[in-house]
Design a protein around this ligand. Structure first.
Ligand code: RB5
Length: 140
């Protein structure tokens, strides 16, 4: 997991939620509401998903936009900006998203925890969706 200052309060809530369920979490920061650059934390989480250190990552900034943009520059990363339940489900079923991005200034804690829960539990459907994902990695 990672966040900037704008996502920090939500990151702490999501981290506690995961730890309560005995899910191992590595928190790359930030560790306060002091202003930082979201790119630094987004890169760190995306790199660890891209190189296979972790299967999944969660990133939170104010809107989720910057984190999503930076994470998707890493090979093999499929970061999804998700602020509603339908997108959380479909980002797993059809897009096999491996990084969940949320906007800490856009949604409340209850919804954020529901999104995380659904995103972790929903499987990828494979089949035609796998073929489509494979096309993402070939040159345009
Ligand atoms: C920080 O002010 C804000 O720009 C950042 O959290 C994020 O929303 C960027 O996309």
């Amino acid at each position: 997991m990672g966040s900037d200052h704008a996502g920090y309060p939500m990151k702490e809530k999501v981290k506690a939620f995961l730890q309560d369920r005995s899910i191992a979490v590595e928190d790359v920061g930030t560790h306060s509401e002091k202003s930082v650059d979201y790119t630094d934390f987004g890169k760190e989480v995306a790199r660890k998903v891209s190189d296979g250190t972790f299967e999944r990552g969660i990133l939170i900034c104010g809107t989720g936009l910057g984190m999503c943009m930076v994470a998707n520059r890493f090979r093999g990363v499929r970061a999804a900006l998700v602020n509603d339940l339908f997108s959380a489900i479909m980002s797993r079923r059809h897009n096999d998203s491996n990084v969940l991005v949320m906007g800490g200034r856009l949604i409340g804690e209850t919804l954020a925890l529901q999104l995380v829960d659904v995103w972790l539990e929903t499987p990828f459907e494979g089949g035609r969706h796998k073929r489509r994902l494979e096309k993402m990695d070939t040159a345009s």
